[in-house]
Ligand binder design. Structure first.
Ligand code: HBI
Length: 115
């Protein structure tokens, strides 16, 4: 995982982050492999809505995601109501205000295998 050097944001402030934010071309290439995920340009994040047979199936899915996220030390933002689970992925430690990193792509790719 390449880490990004310190950068200067639009306000001229220098910030050093631990995780490289994907460039536009890197993002487009990665999202081409994740057709079920939507890109949120305001947050530089990706999201997907899931629907399961019932709450038990939804929670089983969330449990698998949670265990993998903890192992990967990269966690989703998510919302669950009954059989629906909405997941947003972005990296808090990327860029000046967070952004999409390879960690998000990797987590989304694993999540796809749980559906
Ligand atoms: N999860 N989505 C996301 N983004 C992060 O930057 C992040 C995380 N989980 C743990 C984590 N960072 C740790 O490295 C600490 O920065 C909290």
């Amino acid at each position: 995982m390449k880490t990004s050097p310190c950068q200067v944001n639009r306000a001229g402030q220098e910030y050093c982050n631990m995780v490289a934010q994907l460039s536009q071309s890197e993002r487009e290439a990665a999202l081409a492999q994740l057709p079920n995920w939507d890109y949120d340009s305001k947050r530089d994040a990706i999201s997907r809505a899931f629907q399961f047979a019932d709450f038990t199936a939804a929670f089983a899915f969330m449990s698998r995601v949670a265990l993998h996220a903890e192992k990967a030390d990269h966690h989703p933002e998510w919302f669950n109501v009954y059989n629906k689970v909405d997941i947003t992925l972005t990296t808090h430690d990327a860029g000046a205000n967070g952004g999409l990193s390879q960690r998000d792509i990797d987590l989304a790719t694993v999540i796809e295998t749980f559906v």
